[in-house]
Design a protein around this ligand. Structure first.
Ligand code: MD3
Ligand code: FE
Length: 204
């Protein structure tokens, strides 16, 4: 099914079936072998509870110097792994289904939430072209996504995201505030005790 969250944001429920999810998970494992998950530091000096890595031409990083995209993985000290074909294919299908044909992501941020991890309300604004959407894919344990509207002070809508759900954020929703509530403990056949989220972006 397709749900409109707000103008410009579509949730494609169960867009990824279990077979594709397993292929994505194998591709995630291959990325992690080259560029391991790590807890990055915010510019303010806090350790993020979500563990992250990237693939594609650019990767999103944060440290004491700020938030940015770069082609070098600072932990592995080499370029990020290439975007797996399974990732690129899904990003193309999902963006086309949401009316953003021609979306060519050059970055994919991989987030891993363990029980207790969360992401506070923020905007994604380190990308150059805000006319390009962001495609997000949830795998594993369910999470409560917080959709905050255009002002930080807007009361967030809560939304359950389950394994296989894909959300495409573009147009007027591209700069909306959003976050993820504290992940509850559980067990999922695909991922074990965690949730993965892939976000496909056009960084440059
Ligand atoms: C709404 N990730 O990595 S995905 C992020 O579940 C991030 O890991 C969350 O927010 C996660 O930056 C949420 C859904 C999402 C992604 C990008 C957006 C929602 C968005 C960009 C604009 C508006
Ligand atoms: Fe975000």
């Amino acid at each position: 099914s397709v749900e409109t969250i707000t103008e410009g944001a579509l949730c494609l429920r169960a867009f990824v079936d279990e077979e594709e999810a397993a292929r994505l998970m194998a591709a995630i494992d291959a990325v992690l072998a080259a560029s391991p998950l790590r807890h990055m530091q915010t510019p303010g000096g806090f350790r993020m509870s979500v563990a992250m890595t990237n693939c594609g031409q650019y990767g999103w990083v944060t440290d004491r110097r700020g938030y940015r995209y770069q082609s070098l993985d600072p932990l592995a000290e080499r370029d990020w792994p290439a975007m797996p074909a399974a990732f690129a294919g899904l990003a193309a299908r999902a963006s086309a289904a949401a009316g953003f044909a021609g979306f060519l992501p050059d970055a994919c941020l991989i987030n891993r939430y363990e029980p207790g991890a969360r992401m506070s309300l923020h905007q994604d604004k380190n990308e150059l072209d805000m006319d390009q959407p962001i495609v997000s894919v949830s795998l594993g344990l369910p999470a409560t996504f917080l959709f905050g509207g255009m002002a930080r002070t807007d009361k967030p809508q809560r939304m359950r995201l389950e394994s296989g759900d894909v959300v495409v954020w573009g147009g007027p929703a591209r700069l909306a505030f959003h976050g993820v509530d504290i992940l509850r403990d559980g067990e999922h056949a695909l991922t074990g005790r965690c949730r993965y989220n892939l976000t496909f972006r056009r960084a440059r």
